[in-house]
Write a protein that binds this ligand. Structure first.
Ligand code: 26V
Length: 819
């Protein structure tokens, strides 16, 4: 009987309390009397882990019995966030756990606060991967996530004198009950060495070996028994590692000169949108790719035997950006060198299996590796890349553009040096396109630009290859879990029987549109926002010791710090508002709080300068009694998923103000609108689709469009002209440059001022006036509460499209051929 075999978790509060006590005493060895929230957190996590393991096993059996087609999501980052609360929700035992804890005299929310965020990602790309894992399980799709179990996640951030200071995030040291070591599934992978030919076959030898140990994290789905696996690899020294060099007396040399096995999974690279080009990073990429491909092939063979003809029917591999692109030559190598499959067949298998998601158009973020480095670390793979390139240029490109050598040079996977003596570089994006059957962008606008500006020739060659899948976010974490009062209001309004559950079908929210004008509903909606703001104000008081009023407009910009995201535009405007208040302290304006959260890549000078400047302005503004608390600026240190869960439900205004054409999609924009914040934003990324869904009247769109940006760039633009013609803008930039905000280091903000006046690549100054005008409209709207809450409700009600369930169904249909 199937239903019995795959029965749902049904634990009541008493059973939970019993299991919690058992784990406290028998797994953790603590007495009930001495247990604090940290111990209760661990004990409850162990209870949930048992449930997860039980269901993960059942899911695997079911899939094995059904010989299911699986999708493998390869990503260097999974920014999963705290897991206990989310798992309790998904397993349907949150309230039981609340009751169980209450009976033990403990508050569940205090307990949940004891979990350290697993910060295994930088930002949008890693968080998207986590939302996708949630949706894959919720939709009962057979899936594995593959990544790295970093010892150190993204650095922790502090401020000293307003400047960012980084420290290591040893997140696992606290104890992490979620990962389960699976020695049976360990892998041995090779690096370095050389390729020789024997009997007409390539042999990769004299290699160094590294052991990959998998840690499995169960991924629960909402309202389903499906629990998928996130398999994260940890590197270890293999037995015999370095022995050959040891024998030859080169032990010392190789220990210092080459990468040590244990280092490979130590640290997540913190450079969002800018590749570091380091040998260790390339090895990280290959390490987790090689472990994962070997692992999925072994699974395929266990379930389907040795026949490769069925492989592409059972396996779909999604490359999350180009970071795992080395998977293409790795699978080619296994097929050709180990399985004796000829090149052309191997390539067509790869192309059936792989697809690639592009997450950025920023030229500096597009990965290129020196050919010499790949040859050193992965000599056989470099040969295979050459073979793929040769085939691609001399059959496919040649057929499309006969005799066109210029086209061959432009499309080559190998980029020739511009200057003599320069290096040949491997273009990982081209390798990914050539090795995949589908390539997708992450929002309609972005995918259009992928076709027209990033890969126009590929689009001509393969007109069906480039497609769009607009990003989404999981409504479980980003509404149900983080905003329980709003979730309840929605349930009370549209019903919560299984069919109407917006948690499983977010388009159900549309029914809320009917209440947008309803005064009683507006009142409830506004009261919930107010409560969320009170709770968040307490967080701000605790973390920053700043008092903010829940009656103020909470205006929020939380995302990585990057010039293209234009936190500096927000800053310039805040400085102008402050000056307006100083000029006229009795100005009749609502109170406003501007809230920031952002980490800068440790080596990104201008980004760090912007953080410093915001903090200095905050200090000045927050301590100036003349403006009577009409303006406050808060920069929360160490922005991360668990903070986002507290900020987003409390936001009134969502800042999505990137230079048009630069933000591929954005996903924070979706979370804010879902929680009833109004967006001030440019026509960039998914903002365009959000505006389509909510309607132009319910969003504050301003600024240059993609076409206008291109046109202005083409015409040539001098930021000094804008600076000289806008007195307010000139005044705030001069103030920044004056040293007044940082007397002990008067030139501190020079890098920012120079970036703005000497080029202004991201057109901050050009968009300034339109941005300021948009904010005037925000204030005007705030002063008409019925209008404001109507717009806010329409935003929540119109977010159905932006569920990651819809994104995953799009992938399943158009790319993975699974639904
Ligand atoms: C690039 C690199 C370059 C190598 C060093 C490490 C590293 C780490 C991450 C990245 C990816 C940057 C691209 C990225 O995160 N893109 C974001 O993807 C989001 C999900 O699709 C999207 O919403 C954001 O707009 C986009 O910026």
């Amino acid at each position: 009987n199937k239903t019995e075999q795959y029965a749902t978790t049904t634990l009541d509060a008493d059973q939970l309390a019993h299991s919690i006590k058992r784990h406290l005493q028998q797994s953790l060895g603590v007495d009930l009397e001495e247990a604090g929230p940290a111990e209760y957190w661990e004990a409850l996590s162990l209870v949930v882990r048992e449930q997860g393991l039980d269901l993960i096993r059942k899911t695997r059996h079911k899939e094995r019995d059904e010989k299911a087609r699986r999708v493998y999501y390869l990503s260097l980052e999974f920014l999963v966030g705290r897991l206990l609360g989310n798992n309790l929700h998904n397993l349907g035992i949150y309230h039981q756990a609340e009751e169980a804890m209450a009976n033990l005299g403990v508050n569940l929310s205090d307990v949940l606060e004891h979990e350290t965020d697993p910060a295994l990602g930088n930002g949008g790309l890693g968080r998207l991967a986590a939302c996708f894992m949630d949706s894959l399980a919720t939709l009962d799709l057979p899936a594995f996530g593959y990544g790295i179990n970093y010892r150190f996640g993204l650095f922790k951030q502090d401020f000293a004198g307003g400047k960012q200071v980084e420290s290591p995030d040893a997140w696992r040291e606290e104890s992490c009950p979620w990962g389960i070591e699976r020695p049976k599934r360990k892998q041995l992978i090779k690096l370095y060495g050389r390729v020789t030919e024997r009997a007409g076959k390539a042999v990769w030898e004299d290699t160094q070996e590294i052991l990959g140990m998998p840690w499995d994290v169960p991924v629960t789905g909402y309202g389903t028994d499906t629990v998928n696996t996130l398999r994260l690899w940890e590197s270890r020294a293999a037995e015999g590692f370095d022995l050959s060099s040891f024998d030859e007396g080169r032990y010392q040399e190789s220990r210092s000169g080459e990468i040590q096995a244990e280092n490979v999974s130590q640290v997540l690279y913190p450079n969002d949108n800018h590749p570091a080009g380091k040998e260790l990073r390339l090895i990280q990429q290959y390490f987790f790719v090689a472990c994962s491909i070997a692992d999925l092939i072994a699974r395929y063979k266990r379930e389907n035997g040795d026949n490769w003809d069925g492989f592409a029917e059972k396996v779909a591999i999604q490359l999350n950006d180009t970071h795992p692109a080395i998977a293409v030559p790795e699978l080619m190598r296994i097929l050709m060198d180990e399985e004796d499959i000829v090149f052309s067949k191997a390539l067509s298998i790869c192309r059936e299996v792989f697809s690639y998601t592009n997450h950025t158009l920023l030229p500096e973020a597009l990965e290129k590796w020196p050919q010499n480095l790949i040859t050193k670390v992965l000599p056989r793979h470099m040969q295979i890349i050459h073979m793929i390139n040769y085939h691609f240029l001399h059959t496919e490109v040649e057929t499309q553009w006969p005799g066109d050598n210029n086209m061959k040079r432009r499309l080559s996977i190998i980029e020739e040096p511009e200057r003599p003596g320069g290096q040949q570089m491997v273009r990982m994006a081209y390798l990914s396109v050539v090795g995949s059957h589908k390539v997708n962008g992450v929002a309609a606008l972005h995918s259009g630009l992928v076709k027209t500006t990033l890969f126009p020739e590929f689009n001509e060659l393969w007109p069906d290859k480039l497609v769009n899948v607009t990003n989404g976010v999981t409504p479980r974490r980003w509404l149900d879990y983080c905003n329980p009062e709003l979730a309840k209001l929605i349930d009370d309004t549209i019903g919560k029987d299984e069919k109407a559950d917006w948690r499983k079908d977010l388009s159900k929210l549309d029914a809320i549109n009917a209440y947008a004008d309803d005064p009683a509903f507006q009142k409830k909606f506004a009261a919930i926002k107010h409560n969320n703001k009170i709770r968040f104000a307490a967080v701000v008081k605790e973390l920053c010791n700043i008092d903010i009023s829940p009656d103020a407009i909470f205006d929020v910009q939380i995302k990585r710090l990057h010039e293209y995201k234009r936190q500096q535009l927000n800053l310039l405007h805040i400085m102008a508002l402050y000056r307006r208040l100083l000029d006229n302290p009795d100005l009749d304006v609502p109170q406003r709080v501007f809230i920031f959260g952002a980490k800068a890549a440790p080596g990104y000078k201008v980004a760090k300068t912007i953080i410093h400047a915001i903090n200095r302005v905050a200090e000045r503004v927050n301590n100036d009694r003349r403006i009577k608390d009409k303006l406050k600026v808060v920069f929360l240190p160490n922005y991360r998923v668990s903070l986002a869960e507290k900020i987003i439900p409390a936001a009134d205004v969502s800042e999505q103000i990137s230079t048009a054409g630069f933000e591929a999609s954005g996903t924070g924009n979706m979370k804010f609108a879902l929680n009833g914040a109004l967006t001030v934003g440019t026509l960039d990324g998914a903002n365009v689709e959000i505006a389509e869904e909510v309607g132009d009247d319910n969003i504050f769109i301003y600024g240059l469009t993609v076409e206008e940006v291109a046109e202005l760039r083409h015409r040539g633009y001098n930021p000094k002209d804008v600076y000289n013609s806008n007195a307010e803008l000139k005044a705030v930039i001069d103030w920044l440059a004056s040293g007044d905000l940082c007397p002990e280091e008067p030139d501190a903000f020079r890098p920012l001022v120079d970036s703005l006046l000497g080029g202004d690549y991201f057109l901050t100054l050009v968009d300034y006036q339109a941005y300021s005008d948009a904010h005037d409209k925000i204030v005007e709207t705030w002063n008409k509460p019925e209008l404001w809450w109507k717009m806010a409700i329409i935003n929540t009600a119109s977010m159905g499209k932006f569920s990651s369930d819809r994104s995953i169904m799009d992938y399943a249909k158009t790319i993975w051929n699974m639904a």
